[in-house]
Design a protein around this ligand. Structure first.
Ligand code: FAD
Length: 474
């Protein structure tokens, strides 16, 4: 029998953590019986369905969160359906008087939250929201005239000028139990988030540890070494020169405030250039979210409307499949696409090269690539993915200039000179030495690796001419 005693609901979304979780900490202060819920919402209007790799991650992250909540004396309630009706039903079941969550910034999600807040106010429920996922909330960083920034550098300068992000809060050691308001939960395995027949998740499981503990150990490993060489190391795909925090940040398993202040603790005085560069990468994440906040349709609409006239070419089925499967004949692109398929992640420099190859050398609409990354990345992020695709395509904010066409051969010679990364993901290239490996089509008798799907010089000329035509008609 459901209790009618006053209680609290904490609704967790992309903040699957106990550490620095203001909604949970506030629930402890309220002190009433507590229900912690996660809702799998694939039905509210406009909410983007999750991709396959992210679903795999979510399953494991929720399992880890449930165990952590249990250790703290609480329990995780899982519900599925459109969030509005689910929350209303849960409030009814538990007799909730407080509804707490950490804010999110996508358009459809904000609409859902606003509707629930209105309903709560009308029904005597105190709904409160908190800042947890972004260091700088989009509406707080504006230009002199009050509008949003369109260029990263002044945006980040304004963030830095607005003051140090708040200190993170420690994880509560003990959470109020649900008491008599305990309600039923779905069974995680019945949500079918994990792939079956085929189960392609072996490489993901070998690479990642979803959940808070995995996130904190990634941060520690990064701060124990790679951060000191980050400025150069971040461009070399064959070494672990970056933090690999992206999926953990995507799911809020670690707070950006925690990351920020852990860096502060380790580098208490003047930050080194490497630390400054790393911080500004966190800034790119903030910038992408600000872009999405202002342009909720970032994943479907060109940020620069003149690109609506761009003459994208429909790639042939064979070209698209070659790109997806890492069989374009260009080793850097192929190694990246295979790394993505095997591990759910791709090095940033290679993401730029692989994306440039699709939108410039194949002249395919950036939305095709964005959708593939959305489905295959474990860090697929509603803001960073479309913002970066549009950056590469030239249709985005502060975008890469149209004449910048990454040459995958030059890039791999420069950033993977020994071919270490290429060999890791393309075993067919193992017989080639460090010089030959970047241009395998020049090696006679190499078996099992495809010839290039397009020539670089001619596809580059075609792209430049197409971009020039757009420019000429502006
Ligand atoms: P680090 O170098 O350690 O950086 C630390 C953190 O800063 C990252 O975890 C990430 O949160 C943030 N960050 C770094 N670079 C960027 C960037 N360019 N834009 C936004 N945030 C950044 N990143 C995602 O998190 N999700 C995506 O879906 C995504 N899609 C991308 C698609 C394309 C075509 C490109 C070119 C880039 C994309 N990125 C995306 C950005 C970037 O590639 C990844 O954030 C980065 O590779 C993650 O690795 P890391 O955690 O080791 O990064």
């Amino acid at each position: 029998m459901a209790s009618r005693d006053a209680s609290t609901i904490v609704w967790l979304r992309d903040d699957l953590r106990l550490d620095d979780n203001p909604a949970l900490t506030h629930a402890v202060d309220v002190g009433l019986p507590l229900t912690v819920v996660y809702i799998l919402d694939e039905e509210s209007p406009g909410v983007r369905p999750l991709g396959g790799a992210v679903k795999w991650w979510l399953h494991h992250s929720l399992a880890s969160l449930a165990a952590a909540l249990k250790d703290a004396g609480s329990t995780l309630v899982l519900r599925r359906g459109p969030a509005g009706p689910v929350i209303r039903g849960l409030a009814e079941e538990t007799g909730a008087k407080h509804l707490l969550w950490n804010r999110r910034y996508g358009g459809p999600e904000r609409a859902v939250d606003a509707e629930i807040k209105t309903w709560a106010a009308e029904n005597g429920i105190d709904a409160a929201s908190f800042q947890a996922s972004l260091l700088y909330e989009p509406w707080t960083i504006t230009t002199g005239s009050g509008g949003p920034y369109k260029v990263f550098t002044p945006f980040w300068r304004a963030c830095m000028a607005s003051g140090e992000p708040r200190k993170p809060m420690d994880a509560p050691t003990h959470l109020p139990s649900p008491g008599a308001g305990r309600v039923a939960s779905d069974v995680l395995s019945e949500w079918s988030l994990l792939p079956v027949s085929p189960d392609w998740s072996g490489g993901l499981a070998r690479t990642w540890q979803p959940g808070e503990a995995g996130a904190h150990s990634r941060l520690d490993d990064f701060l124990d070494g790679p951060v000191n060489e980050y400025g150069d190391g971040r461009d070399v795909p064959g070494v672990e020169g970056t933090s690999r925090l992206s999926p953990h940040l995507r799911f809020g398993e670690i707070s950006p405030f925690r990351v920020w202040h852990e860096i502060r603790l380790r580098f208490p005085r003047e930050a080194t250039p490497d630390v400054g560069i790393f911080r500004s990468e966190l800034g790119w994440r903030e910038f992408c979210w600000q872009l999405l906040y202002v342009n909720p349709q970032l994943a479907t609409r060109n940020y620069r409307p003149e690109f609506d006239r761009f003459e994208w070419q429909e790639p042939t089925a064979a070209e698209l499949e070659a790109w997806r499967q890492g069989r374009t004949g260009y080793p850097l692109v192929d190694a990246g696409m295979r790394q993505l398929w095997q591990t759910g992640w791709m090095h940033n420099r290679v993401r730029m090269a692989a994306a440039s190859f699709l939108v410039k050398n194949l002249l395919a609409d950036w939305r095709l690539g964005e959708a593939w990354f959305w489905d295959t990345l474990v860090d697929a992020d509603a803001a960073s993915n479309p913002a970066n695709w549009q950056w590469v395509a030239g249709s985005g904010a502060d975008a890469s200039p149209y004449f910048r066409i990454f040459n995958p051969v030059t890039q791999s010679k420069k950033f993977d000179a020994e071919g270490r990364y290429l060999r890791e993901f393309i075993p067919e290239l193992a017989p080639l030495d460090r010089k030959a490996i970047h241009e395998p089509w020049k090696s006679l008798g190499l078996e099992g690796y495809p010839a290039p799907v397009v020539g670089l010089p001619e596809s580059r000329e075609r792209a430049l001419a197409t971009y020039q035509r757009l420019k000429d008609t502006q």
